[in-house]
Design a protein around this ligand. Sequence first.
Ligand code: BES
Ligand code: ZN
Length: 887
Amino acid sequence: MTMSSKAAGRVLLPPTINPTRYSLHFTPDLASFTFSGVATIELATTKDASWNEIMMHAKELCFANASFVVKGRTEREEAVEIRVNMKETTVTFIFEMEIPKEATLVLTIEYQGFLNNQMAGFYRSSYTNIHGETKIMASTQFESLDARRAFPCWDEPARKAIFSISLTVPKHLDAFSNMPELSNKTLPGGSTKTLVFLDTPIMSTYLVAFCVGEFDYVQNQTEHGVLVRVYTPPGKSEAGLFALDCATKSLDAYNDFFGIRYPLPKLDMVAIPEFAMGAMENWGLVTYREVDLLIDPKKASSSQKQRVCTVVTHELAHQWFGNLVTMTWWDDLWLNEGFASWAENWAADVIFPQWSMWDQFTTGHLSSAMRLDALRSSHPIQVPIHRAEEVEEVFDAISYCKGGSVVKMIRAVLGMKAFQSGLGAYMKKHAYGNTETYDLWKAWEESSGLPVQEMMASWTEQMGFPIVTVIDEQWEDDKVTLQLEQFWFLSDGSELTDEEKEKNWCIPIITCTSEGTQHDMTFMREKTATVTIPLKSKDGWVKLNAGQDVPMRVKLTSEMIHRLGSGIKSKTLPASDRAALLTDTYALVKAGHMEPEALITLLSKFSDEDSYIVWCGIADILVGLDAVLEDDAYMSANFKKFAKGIVIGLNGKIGWESKDTDGHLTVLLRAMMIGLLSSFCYEDKDVSAEASKRFGAFLADRNDVISLPSDMRTAVFKIVLKNGGVTEYEQVKAYFNQTTDNAERKFVLGSLGYSEDPKLKQKTLDWTISGEIKLQDFFYPMGSVRSSSSEGRNMSWSFLKANFEKIKTMIGKASPSLMDAVIVSCSGGFCSDEKADEIEDFFKANPLPSSARKIQQTLENMRANAKFLKTLQSSALSRPEFWVSLA
Ligand code: BES
Ligand code: ZN
């Protein structure tokens, strides 16, 4: 293929022809699942334009004809040949005449396409309306490479252009696009109408959007007069109010924060019945999975509200970061997703300060980032993407969570003022343009005077993160001097080669002490460093990586841990630091840097803990250890008893009953506690009785959210299913069809696999591919079987092997992220080398190129767990005395 390569190795369309304006007209037919399209595209050719062809992206489109005129002239040049390259997803129009150089051409293309059901391109969704009728609607999902599935285009983020969209649709349907309606005319015959939308600003193809269907809406205005609407299925408009409120508030907050106004006159947010991801930031027309937008005010759980709020704040952050300023190429995807992952928390924290979003960041985004980035199969934040298709694989915890974490780190280093003014300058300078990571560093260097580029390169250009070990300590009455050393941290603690030992990061050293956070930060650039930290009392404590602003692990000395005991007890050590002490220790134990008994001893120091944040850390450890020990009956039994003690202790403090005075975090903590009860204490008489009682009330009235609040539905279903039989199974499953609320359905999908009876587990697995569950959700029950027990783990893996072809066919050309979800749901969680080998062999025989990275990461995790199990088996935990001493 004659593609030029601008940056090394990138496969791009030739740069000699540039689109400046697309007029796109679509006529969808919701009955035959097809659409016809007319694309009229203004092109500027450069002086290097040569040859007699125009090559563009296109996929699954049937072309009728193509022709161009040179602007200002009348002769029309028809394409004499239309060459489609399915593999490269391109179309080439060949003309008799040579393409004029340095000219403006208007290219017109007539074509047909399909409204597919694969949640990509211009696609259809089916849904049941409030009258029980099946309906079809159509909408778009273009990121990353599917605009070409709806119209021929230069489908690369740097090929920005103006878009003028128009649609001809049945008279009774609503239709909208990125921009407000310019005109709306009924066509002769009266049954159809043509809607023309205003021109968009100059923007990338992957952000174009339109949809057609029946909707209700709620609306509001921002302080700056932007009209915000949430479109819902008919009869459900009330469910849009919560997201509407989050959207108007965050739009105003971002306006002030970035110092640039949201440039469009309106912002629509639409719930789409079938949606592959959580949401998509199309400029002015953000699309969402229903559960990520709609909130039933009478039923919704606290975690659903938090999810909807952060999905909204994430997508609205993209209206600036991504839409107004866009990465030049996909290897800087993190500029979009990493920044939005930071900003979603920033804005949610502005709207709901009582949610402690930044503390939650530590046990959420930061933990996910380090979990993935501690693998050898990780990748750098700035990741080379040669063929655009490769980008699908890097919508992962590195781009999102590590990206968000390094933004949080820069914010800590620069201080809010320089951080924000740098961002504002970056936005102004690059508005409507494209950037690379370096442009952002430059803006922050100018606003702060600090060598941002030098500092950040080690975090974004190389993969992995460091473990900082305190190798020497000197405690004096008024200060402590610590010797630090850094190495690359690997989850399985595997040997580093000499070259790998040289890997270094530029680490800001941020500490807190018994007297508060220390502000004069130093930087550790070399292998080792010495820091002196003032202390006011001679038995004072110090914690490194205060506020968990740096994505790294820290190994403290036993003296330091001992001193921290008082900070943990008195809770003067902040919650996210207390949580990190635990999660760092767990990771270090797993990697063989600390003895396992140190973790158990540390856990027992947290008996008074009632912070949700810290419990997120504790829960991760309990669930993680439980899964690894599953294959060792003796240790597993002892560990379960130990975990049960901890969880029952929490239950004693917090109880089942909600109180009017409960804050958001208390509600989340109670839900988590009941989740832990379902893992460790479901056989406990009191626990199973309480769960049965609440389940009984639910059976009597499915809407009884006093007896069975949504926050605890999944966990209570699990307890009831584990203790029950076919009757309970059928009762839970029946709810899937009894409710029309997708959030409620998800409680069924996430719990059904927990029935103890293997026949019922198998029934659940078979159900996933019966066609009764939407493709967007069908992997959830697989995951619930897999995580229910070691038997479930084996069953879900066998199920995937046995039904591999069918599942592949079901997913078809839908997003590869669905296949990733299936792989993790069915084969994640094993802790043996033999199983890892078996899974590896299976995928060698049945290759899935676009999930290759995911498979490799899953295998590496498994092998790390296998190694961890061996460590545990040769540790004190394998000896009876150890557990006796704990009792
Ligand atoms: N831009 C993404 C959507 C996307 C993801 C498109 C993958 C193509 C491939 C969007 O902004 C996003 O990140 N959505 C998240 C939700 C968000 C709150 C983390 C999603 O869909 O999971
Ligand atoms: Zn995003």
